[in-house]
Design a protein around this ligand. Structure first.
Ligand code: ADP
Ligand code: MG
Length: 341
């Protein structure tokens, strides 16, 4: 659906050249929600602008839906861009227009008749859950409602790709979740391909199927979200994973745990996919007669199943404790003995 081949983007500035994107290769499948995560300045917004043809790459090719976006211009580019919509961090609504008229705007530009416009606007208002707010002005809406207008407007012309540039970064956590759920719902219902850029791993975890991690213009890591969570390679990815997994036990908290649980083995277990912790822990207790105390835990959901970590104390006969650890390994639960080895 989307192919980036060896993309680089160099900006000329007063202080010389800035390489915003460097040798990026990505391919994004039709109907998936693909996340690009990176800190500020990593080159994410530049990537998005390359995807919709707002910027031309210095090197490489961008293909969206069979069209070589990086080399077309004029009418051809304008037509292609009708199928590549976008939503923004600060919504970019027209403040002097009502909700309905904001949503109708791209339809007006596309030359849709008034009758058809109002029919389509009504559908879109229902789709994003804004019934009753048609005649409100953006200033009268909450942040979440404003982004719903942004989403409805972006969907007006039935795009094939929706680009989201930090679309939830201005929202509080609960509103963020409701907007992410709306995006997931739209993705499922319409089969829309979504490319989402963010600096928050929570956003990736909640709705993305795959993720690319960007640092200094380069994609340093990419893969299935669950795999990246389970086994992050680059340091920057590990930092992002820590944002949500709760695996960032500080040295102090580890010392505290070891002091509070002075016997047995203190083990960190990482669960992914459908291996939920409960049956496995029950089995340890039943099969090996060891004592298992959950010291610290954190489980969260991704689109492909649960992901989480637990720190447990496994106490009992040495041989039995080792057998229990062996079973955990066989169950594809990642185990890391923290201390009292
Ligand atoms: N139009 C531009 N001209 C010059 N430099 C730019 C321009 N746009 C972005 N940059 C630079 O490119 C780098 C990446 O920026 P950007 O793509 O906005 O990153 P992000 O969205 O990840 O914060 C930054 O160093 C930024 O200052
Ligand atoms: Mg940006």
């Amino acid at each position: 659906m989307i192919e980036l081949k060896d993309i680089s983007k160099i900006y000329q500035s007063k202080n010389g050249e800035i390489t915003a994107v460097k040798n990026v290769n990505l391919s994004i499948n039709k109907g998936e929600i693909f996340g690009i995560i990176g800190y500020s300045g990593a080159g994410k917004s530049t990537m998005i602008r390359l995807l919709n043809g707002l910027e031309k790459p210095t090197n490489g090719t961008v293909i969206v839906n069979g069209k070589q976006i990086s080399s077309i211009s004029g009418n051809e580019l304008r037509n292609a861009r009708q199928k590549i919509s976008m939503i923004f961090q600060h919504f970019n609504l027209l403040w002097s227009r009502t909700v309905a008229d904001n949503i109708a705007f791209p339809l007006e530009i596309a030359g849709i008749t008034k009758n058809e416009r109002s029919k389509r606007v009504k559908e879109l208002i229902d789709l994003v859950g804004l019934s009753g707010r048609e005649n409100a002005y953006p200033s009268q809406l909450s942040g979440g409602q404003k982004q719903r207008v942004g989403i409805a407007r972006a969907l007006a012309n039935n795009p094939e790709v929706l680009l989201c540039d930090e679309a939830t970064s201005a929202l509080d956590p609960e509103t963020t979740d409701s907007i992410l759920e709306l995006l997931l719902d739209i993705n499922k219902r319409l089969g829309l391909t979504i490319v989402l850029i963010t600096h928050e791993m929570h956003v990736i975890r909640k709705i993305c199927n795959r993720v690319a991690v960007m640092e200094a213009g380069q994609v340093v890591e990419q893969g299935d979200v669950l795999q990246v969570f389970q086994n992050p390679q680059a340091d920057i990815t590990k930092n992002f994973v820590m944002q949500v997994s709760g695996t960032k036990e500080s040295k102090e908290s580890i010392e505290q745990i070891l002091a509070n649980y002075p016997t047995g083995k203190i083990v960190k277990l990482t669960f992914i996919g459908n291996k939920t912790e409960q049956p496995i822990i029950s089995r340890l207790i039943k099969d090996f007669g060891v004592e298992v105390n959950i010291v610290h835990g954190n489980i969260s959901q991704t689109t492909s199943g649960p992901y989480g970590t637990l720190i447990v104390q496994i106490d009992g006969d040495d041989v039995k404790v080792n057998q229990a650890l062996h079973l955990l390994d066989q169950q594809e639960v990642q185990t890391e003995v923290i201390d009292h080895a």
